[in-house]
Structures are given as C-alpha cells and as structure tokens.
Design a protein. Structure first.
Lengths: 310, 656
C-alpha cells in the first residue's frame, strides 16, 4: 500500500539513517512511502509571530501538493516537520483569517506544464483536507501496535529503552501534539510492542537544547546532558527518539558533553524507526548505526540479561 | 383610537440633567414640539427632574391639572423610574401611568449632532406618549410568604446564615450532604492572620446550630428538586440512609473496631484510613456513626454483619432505605462551598504521582493537632520530617490558557500561613514559596505576610515552576526565578501545591436542579456585582460563601450574615408585591401550541389540559416578554406593552 510521506530536508542530508530505517521498516509492514512531487523545506520552525504568515506558505504548498495527488494523509517522522505541517494545517482549518491569507499567497503560484513548459496560475484553494500524521500515530492507528508485535523477528526483551519525546511531538496541546503534553503514552506503547522494556524518566518531555546548539552551545550541552543523565540514572540502556535535532544534540554532540562532564562516557541513542526496523528483521547495515557518534550497535547485540521478573 | 377611546391628559417633563442631556439635546425644543401633541395637556422642561423641586413640580402639576399620565424624558428607567412612580402615587395617580422616555443613555450620551439628537428625542418622547395612551391602571400582585428558610451547605457559611436567620426568629432547615456539618473550615489547622485554632472557633458554632430550637439539621441529605417561587418554595430532599439511628448511637465505637473494611479517610484528605462504619471526626455533629454503604461489604448479615452484632445500643438498622422528604420554605440560602482543583490536571507537578506532593488541604490536616500526624510536620511517604519544603502558589489559578483564569484569592495568605507554621514546627527547616505576586489585601494580612518573610525566614521566590520530578528519594523542583531571569532547580522533601479553588457543585447538577444562575466558571452569579452581591437573580435565592466565588473566612461569614439579613428582610413583609407587568393569556386567541412554554425561562407557563390553553402563574412571570414575542396567535400580550401599543410607538417614530 502506498502512503504519502514527507521526509524533510534533514532526512536527506544529516540523518539518512532515519529516512532509510523508516522506509525499510514500513516496507516490511507492507507500506511503500511516496514523496509528494517537488517538495520543499517545511520551514523547520513554525513562525513565532502570529502575524508572520509567509512562514506558513511553504508547509501549505506541501500539503496542497499531497492533496492534489489524491493523498488524504501525509506521514512524517521528523518531529520538527510534523510540528510545522500539523500546526499550519490546523491554522488553515480552524482560523478563517489565516486560511484566507495563506490561500491569497498560494493562488498566485505558477504552475509549469512539464511537457509544454507553459506557465499558468490559479491553483484551487487548500482548506486543510490532508491529515498530518506522525509515524507513531500512523503505526498506532493505521498499522496497529498488535500487528508490529505479531511481526517481530528479533528479540529486544533485554533492552531497557527510555522514550524521549522532546518538545515538538507533544506541544502545543489542544489537538496538535500527538499525545497529552503532560502524561503521554504513545511512545511507551510503541516500545512495548517491540518487546522492549520501557523506562520512564522525568526528562522525557524536557527540551534537548534545540537551536541553542548554535547560539549558546554550552546551554544546549547542559540541557542535553540533563536528559541523558536522567535516562541513565533511571536505569535505561538506551534512548529512543524521533527528532533529528534531538538526535544531533543528544548523540552527535556527546563529545562536548564528555568535555563538560567528566563522569559521562557516552550513551546509545536510537531513532525509534531503527529499533522498529531491527525488531522487524531489517538488515543491520541499512540502519545507519555507523553514523552515530556513539555507535549503539553493541547494545542491540549484547542486550543486558533480563533480570528475573519479581 | 387608543386608550379606550377616551381622551387622556398627559404631562410631559423634559429633564436637562444639568448638561448631560441639555448639551446635546435642545430640551426646550423637545418640550415645545410635544406641546399640543395628541392627548398632551402640558409639556415643560426643568434642569433636574429628580431633584426635590423637580419632583414637587410634577406632583403639583398632576394634582392641579388632574393629569392621568406623565412622561419623564430623562435618564434610563433603571435609575429613576421608581422615584417618579412614587411621586405619581403621592399625587394620587396610578404609578403604572408613569413612563420614562430615555433621552440620555439612548440619546445624548451617544450622539454629538444637536439637531439630529433633538429630532430623535422628540420621536422617543412621542413614542412614549403613544405607549402611555394605551396603558391601563395596574396593581401589584400580592403573594403570601412561608416564613421558613432552607440553607444548603453546612460549612461555616451555611452555619452562620442558619444561625442568623434562626436568631431572627424564623425556622431554618439546614441541608448538608456529608454525614456531619462543619465543611472545610473544621479541617483547617489554624487560620490566618491570627492563627486561631480553626476547630476551636468552628465547633462551638456547630454545637450552637445543633442545639438551636429554630434549626433542623439534615445531614447526609441532598436537595433533589425545588418548585414554586419566592416565598413559596416546595423542596424535595433525598435522605441518604446512614444505617445508624442518630438518637440511639452512643459513640462507643465498637462497630468501627470490628469493621473489616478499611478505606481512605475523607476528613484527613486520604492521609489516614477509616472503617466503612465511621465517625468523620471526634466533634462531628450529629454525633453518630455512619455506615458508608459504598465501602461496606454488604448489608446481608451472612456476608458480614459484625457491626450490628456488637452494637449494644441496637442503633444499627440495615433496613434503612433512601427516602424523599418534602419541606416548604420561603427562601433558600445557597452555601454549597468549594473544592480544590484536581492535582491531576497539573501533571507536571506530579501531585498524583508522588506521595509527597500534596495540596493545601492535605497540608492543613498534617498541621492540625487532630490530623494524622498529630500536628507534627511529617511527609506522607515515609513519615520523615521534611527539612526542605517548597510551596507553589497559583496552581491552576490565573492561567487563562490551560486552567482557571481567576485568582483563588486565599492561597497567598494560606501559603504564608503554611510556611510560617512549618517554620514554627521545624526550626532548622527551609521553606521556599514560588509566587507570581503576593496578594495580601485584607485586614492585618500584609503584616502577616511580612512576618512570614522577615521573622520566619521563608524564602519567597518570584517565578513559575515548570516541573516537579523525583530523583531517588528527593523531589526536584525546576522553575524560573523571574527576578534574575535564571533557571532554578531546588531539592525538596515535600512540595505543597496551592491548588485553585473550584465550586463544589462539580458538574453544575445541583444549580441546574435549582435553576440558579452561575457565571462562566460555575460560581453562583449575583444579581448585581456591586449593589446586590448576596442575592441571586432568581428571586428568593441568596448566596453565601465560596459557592459564590473564592473567599476567606471573614468574608464568608460576612456574606452569610448579609444573606441571612436579606432573608429576614423578605420574611419581615406581610406579603410580597410582584410587578404586575406580566404576560397573561387571551384564552380566545390561544391555540395551546405551547411555544411560549418552551420560551419561558421562569417556568411560569403551563398547559391547562382541560381548556387546552396556556395558563400563567402570575407570580413566577417576570415580564421579560419572551413569550409575547414568540406567540404566533397574539394571545400572549404583556400588560402595558401590548402589540397594539408597540405598533403605535413604531408608527410615532417613523412618522417623521
């Protein structure tokens, strides 16, 4: 079955491991991921000012494209892309003024006929017809966690995984985040379906430092360290996450964290799709584990022995 | 021609209201243009009609010229209609022959063009002439009064109101849904700003209520429904079975000793346990055990029956059934109180996850000498004395985006009290309060707060907490210090959340049953925010305490006494006078369709099944006119506001 899939820029450059593992895992589950034609960057950041409408046009164009290709839904794995697409879509649906303003920008778009190269304008307005889904939601609601559980090929029962939501999947609440911003369960349920042992830790919804990695690197380092530390002291063997920026801060910048905190010796961080693909039996070289700063390969192979349940 | 075809003598008095009207409306021209209009006998203007000389002039003119109707062109009728009706009555004219033409709020205050405003004023006055020509003489509707009050809620508000009404000499039925009266106040440790022991000042009041010959206390009862109208209510009250005869129970406690069922104790906010058969607290009134059927193993003696076996007084009766009793009362005081906003709604503070994150009422029980720790500050999880304690204010209050937009008013003060009492008991402990700002408005309140800071060394941290989480045995409080703009993280052994107050009638079910108005947050709505703060818009209902909005004890007691005084005011009358401008039914025109019945917000209209026409309870009708507008047959005609009158008013306005 084909589903519309918006990978976003980062998955084509810095985190091909997220893109590849997603495609392979979904293929095992019987889904082929189709990208909308001519997709662009989503903008990465939802405009911080209410009046800034231009920042909503790029995501609106992507959604319009999905709609024009007959897609009723579009799935993303990048938490940032999800956040921007979903909020734009909700704006278009719920806010008549923004709908009008966005469509006023979009209607002047130039359409180029691929054959004749003639240029025309006059796209039909986009009114939020497409459902924006995070892959976790798609797995829960469309695929079904029980289907995943039934298709497991590899054992993860020795692995204690801390699900790290970060900010973008959950906030803001009120119909945008994929679960309750205060007490989410979807990631936990997903990991349970893989057979992992889920570790709850209080920093699962805290910010990783985000773009402070650029403007105030030390602050980002500290924020990321707090997340990793919390997972470690709560007994996790690894962290699972969905956001390329969280991955960058929590894994790729572990050298800085080591410099700042002498006791820290590195910690495995997975994209949730890597765990999914692994559990479904996808070949290890597809997962791109070598791209990580801390190669998490070892914890997959040498899972700590499961303690006897009490 | 209107007015029964008889020529009327109408006097018109145009008011300048100083410059309020006269600067925009040419009042002299208005008076002049009306002179000679149909039925107008006299038209004049004066600088202040509401002044003594103004009123005297109207009175004299009515008597001298034998006027049979007057129009005062002045301010809104909500202000001085009563004044001028009284003048008319003094002069011997039926007060319903007085009409107000509003040329201030609806004219001079909203316009600037003098020419046009004056033209409009002329039209307004002419339309009132047309109305007046159709007016009939009306007499107020007289109704008797049942001089007996019901008070709903047995907290400090309800007790105070009941005592005051009873002391006025009237009977009171006090309805309380819990097994004992006392409410939240009897749970409190010490009260700000004087640190009186709350139980010590509350229990004498409870005793007084129970002993008062004029007060009938119905605990474990709930109001089911209410019918009737001011002065004449019929109330149906559900009596929940206690399975213990209050008169026979000797409070020996043998029943609770043998009871095998252990459940969290509501009085101690779940910090200790009680049995299924229990006394809520030692000073409970009535002093009798209650068998909580939801926690009981079952009333069948084969299942348990232990309590009945040991009861020497033979007070336990498993055959008690739920009953409905009826009471007739003339007024109702609503003192249904408050609850705390659920800690679950603020998941980030971990109130439901961590045992040592508690709400303010739980901390009151911990501080209370009669509480689960005997007044020693010990935390729930392991009984350790917390050396670091953090208080978080505004939990769910002043948060329009996610929680309640209002300020819960008492939390600043009780948090200061909590921190102070903590320091009095744990001398080497550290207390920190996170606050948005400290609102200590009240007699001796700010001095109390200053004492907490200066003498008891409580650290006040201006900022918001984002998260409370646990690491090992220690709670960590993360937040921001908004004075330095820095993130702060501190360790705590215990965290106390000053949860927002919410009205106790969670689902709003009770107020719906009583048909009493509430505001957007579910608090009872007062008739006027400034001038009628203890009355409901629904006549005969009075408000007391936190059911009306967050309040401290002094304000609650004051409002309860005020509500009681209002009840006394009502009962002091021989009969009630009801406005006669109601909407009766012209039976020949009524088709019995019932549309007006569904429109009536007061339940005043019903179908007469024998005649198949609508009948009207004149006392319930408030004269809003909703039915008159909806009636397709013209059978619902409001007195002195008939369709005919309205049409001639419209014509007068359109004529030019």
């Amino acid at each position: 079955m084909n589903i519309h899939y918006y990978p976003g820029c980062t998955l084509k450059e810095k985190t091909t491991n997220l893109d590849d593992s997603t495609r392979e895992a979904m293929a095992v589950l019987g889904y082929e991921l189709v990208e909308p034609a001519n997709w662009t960057c989503c903008g990465a950041e939802y405009p911080l000012s209410e009046q800034k409408i231009s920042g909503l046009t790029a995501p609106a164009r992507i959604l319009r494209q999905v709609h024009s290709e007959g897609g009723g839904q579009v799935v993303t794995t990048c938490a940032f892309c999800f956040n921007v697409l979903k909020r734009t879509n909700v704006d278009i649906k719920r806010n008549p003024l923004k709908n009008k303003q966005i469509n006023a920008f979009l209607k002047d778009d130039i359409k180029i006929d691929p054959n004749t190269k003639t240029k025309t304008t006059g796209f039909p307005p986009y009114n939020g017809e497409v459902d924006v889904l995070h892959l976790l939601e798609f797995l829960r609601d469309e695929v079904g966690f029980h289907t995943i559980r039934a298709g497991l090929k590899r054992d993860l029962s020795g692995l204690k995984v801390a699900p790290y939501y970060g900010c973008r999947m959950l906030r803001p609440g009120g119909g945008i985040g994929i679960d309750s911003p205060d007490s989410p369960v979807i990631f936990e349920e997903f990991l349970e379906s893989l057979g992992c042992r889920v570790v709850d830790f209080p920093f699962k919804q805290e910010c990783c430092g985000s773009y402070l990695a650029v403007s105030r690197p030390a602050a980002a380092t500290e924020a990321s360290y707090q997340v990793l530390r919390s997972a470690i002291i709560n007994g996790a063997d690894a962290i699972a996450l969905s956001c390329p920026l969280c991955y960058y801060n929590l894994d790729r910048r572990q050298d800085r964290i080591k410099d700042a905190h002498a006791g820290f010796s590195g910690f495995p961080v997975f994209f949730f799709t890597q765990l999914l693909a692994w559990a479904l039996g996808v070949a290890e070289d597809v997962l791109g584990l070598d791209q990580h700063y801390y190669n998490p390969k070892s914890v997959l192979h040498n899972q700590p022995k499961t303690e006897v349940a009490q | 021609m209107m007015g029964n075809g008889k020529k009327k003598k109408i006097g018109i008095f145009v008011c300048h209201c100083g410059v309020n009207i006269a600067s925009v409306v040419d009042v002299e021209r208005v008076a002049k243009e009306l002179d000679g209009y149909t039925d107008v006998e006299l038209s004049t203007d004066y600088v202040y009609m509401c002044s003594e000389p103004g009123q005297k002039m109207i009175l004299e003119q009515i008597q001298e010229r034998g006027l049979d109707g007057v129009i005062i062109a002045a301010c809104s009728p909500t202000l001085h209609e009563k004044t001028f009706q009284n003048v008319a009555e003094l002069a011997g004219l039926n007060p319903y022959m007085v009409e107000i033409a509003n040329i201030r709020e609806q004219n001079s205050w909203v316009h600037t063009d003098k020419e046009k405003a004056t033209d409009k004023a002329v039209k307004i006055v002419k339309s009132m002439v047309e109305k007046l020509r159709g007016n009939e003489h009306l007499e107020p509707i007289k109704v008797g009064i049942t001089r007996r009050a019901m008070v709903v809620g047995g907290g400090v508000a309800g007790l105070q109101a009941a005592l005051d009404i009873a002391d006025h000499g009237y009977e009171v039925v006090l309805v309380e849904k819990e097994p004992s009266i006392g409410g939240h106040m009897v749970q409190l440790s010490e009260t700000f700003p004087t640190l009186d022991c709350s139980q010590c000042i509350m229990t004498p009041k409870m005793v007084e209520v129970s002993r008062h010959p004029n007060i009938k206390v119905l605990t474990y009862h709930e109001v089911e429904s209410i019918s009737g109208f001011v002065g004449n209510f019929k109330v149906r009250i559900k009596k929940k079975p206690k399975f213990v005869d209050e008169d026979l129970c000797k409070l020996c406690g043998d029943c609770a000793d043998v009871c095998p069922q252990v459940v969290p104790d509501e009085f101690n906010m779940g910090l200790s346990f009680r049995k299924a058969i229990y006394l809520p607290f030692p000073q409970a009134i009535p002093g009798a055990y209650t068998l909580d059927i939801d926690s009981c193993l079952g009333l069948l003696p084969v299942r348990c029956g232990k309590c009945k076996d040991v009861c020497d007084a033979r007070a336990i009766d498993y055959d008690m059934k739920e009953e409905i009793i009826e009471e007739e009362v003339g007024a109702v005081v609503l003192a249904t109180g408050y609850d705390l906003y659920s800690m679950q709604a603020l998941g980030e503070f971990g109130g439901e996850r961590y045992e040592d994150v508690i709400n303010g009422l739980e901390f009151e029980r911990i501080l209370s000498a009669s509480g689960p720790t005997g007044g020693e500050v010990r935390r729930p999880s392991d009984g350790k004395i917390p050396k670091n304690i953090v208080f978080i204010q505004c939990c769910g209050s002043r948060d329009p985006e996610l929680h309640n937009s209002y300020c819960s008013k008492i939390c600043c003060m009780y948090t200061a009290k909590h921190a102070m009492l903590y320091k009095h008991r744990v001398h080497d402990g550290n207390a920190t309060v996170f606050y948005i700002d400290v609102r200590a408005g009240g007699k001796a309140f700010d001095e109390f707060y200053q004492r907490t800071v200066d003498e008891d060394d409580v650290l006040y941290m201006r900022g918001k907490v984002s998260k409370v989480y646990k690491e090992g045995d220690i709670l960590k409080v993360r937040g921001v210090d908004t004075l330095t703009g820095k993130l702060v993280e501190m360790e705590a052994d215990m965290v106390v959340l000053a949860m927002s107050m919410v009205h106790a009638d969670g689902s709003g079910e009770l107020m719906k049953k009583l048909k009493v108005g509430t505001d957007k947050d579910g608090w009872l709505a007062e008739a006027h925010p400034k001038l009628r703060p203890v009355e409901s818009l629904n006549a005969g209902f009075f408000l007391a305490g936190c059911a009306h909005g967050p309040k401290d004890i002094p304000d609650t007691v004051a409002q309860a006494s005020a509500a009681a005084a209002k009840v006394g005011d009502l009962f002091a009358r021989h009969e009630l006078l009801h406005e006669p401008t109601i909407v009766p039914v012209i039976e020949e025109l009524c088709s019995g369709c019932g549309i007006c019945i569904s429109m009536c917000p007061y339940g005043a209209r019903s179908l007469d099944l024998t005649k198949h026409v609508v009948k009207v309870n004149e006392v319930l009708c408030e004269g809003c006119g909703a039915c008159a507008a909806a009636c397709p047959c013209g059978a619902a005609q409001q007195k002195n506001q008939t369709d005919e009158q309205i049409f001639s008013m419209v014509k007068a306005i359109l004529k030019g």
